[in-house]
Design a protein around this ligand. Sequence first.
Ligand code: NAD
Length: 310
Amino acid sequence: MFDVVTGGAGFIGSHLVDTLVAQGNEVLVIDSLYAGRRQTIARHIDDYKVRFIQSDLLGDGWQEHLEGADRIFHLAADPDVRQSAINPDPTLQNNIMATYRVLEAMRLYAVPELVFTSTSTVYGDAKIIPTPEDYAPMLPVSVYGATKLACEALISSYCHSFGMKSWIYRFANIVGERSGHGVITDFIRKLKENPAELEILGDGKQVKSYLEVHECVAAMLFALRSRDTVNIYNIGSEDWIDVRSIAEIVAEEMHLPNIKFRFTGGERGWVGDVPRMQLSIDRIKSRRWKPEIGSQDSVRIATRDLLKAL
Ligand code: NAD
């Protein structure tokens, strides 16, 4: 099996690469290192198990390397919801335009299958909680969510127009070692700077699903058993945790028992934040996959792994 992983030097991508290499697949990583680090996959490159091309998908020169590929795992994206409300253009370029360019390259080089990492934010402020995959109307409240929804639409149209298959995974919050963004990383950074007080964006009551990255990769590979033209799955845990409880776990793991929490207030932590994100994972469970741990343990394990790496 010849797999291409865009964004393979990033957080989730590098864990996916570890698993694909362990399965004995031929792996090509394309990453601009815009946010990823070569170091995350360096051992595979040194062992000649992974070929690495440092290239921006918005540029050229990478497309011909897709010749003969069986699948593309397209993870490269700008995943920063907050930044997308400050300066939308990089999000539009790195998400919509880059995905369009991947689809065009697939069409030209006859790559038959695409795995795409979408997000819970495509649902916006969903009125049905937990939110199933067929929830409508999908009205994202962040530019990031909107770009991912646009990508989903493009992917569906390419699959139906050009005989490709796709797997669209709407992730909850994925946490774990090598994560460079998200609430746990943010809390650890802030607490390293000031161990006496932690600023929490919003009222701390935002409730969301968190899934540990190894479980996420396992679910991504498991759901490939579905063979429809477009296969859509929510990937998350079966339960939820609020932001205040995450802060308590991080403080506990950093041995800071007397810390003061300071809330910035409001039900949303930032523009585009969704205060309640609880995905229904009934669809993937009905195919007989479920996560082994819940949100709380995912957060604790991720905190420990991130602290070890510091
Ligand atoms: P990440 O930032 O660690 O990884 C993204 C990678 O893409 C980086 O290595 C970056 O250098 C690369 N990249 C970005 N733009 C590029 C471009 N134009 N050309 C080539 N490479 C480019 O992010 P992540 O958390 O690992 O996310 C991976 C995917 O999963 C993204 O598509 C993200 O939107 C999606 N996702 C992540 C989460 C989460 O909780 N981490 C949740 C929902 C969806």
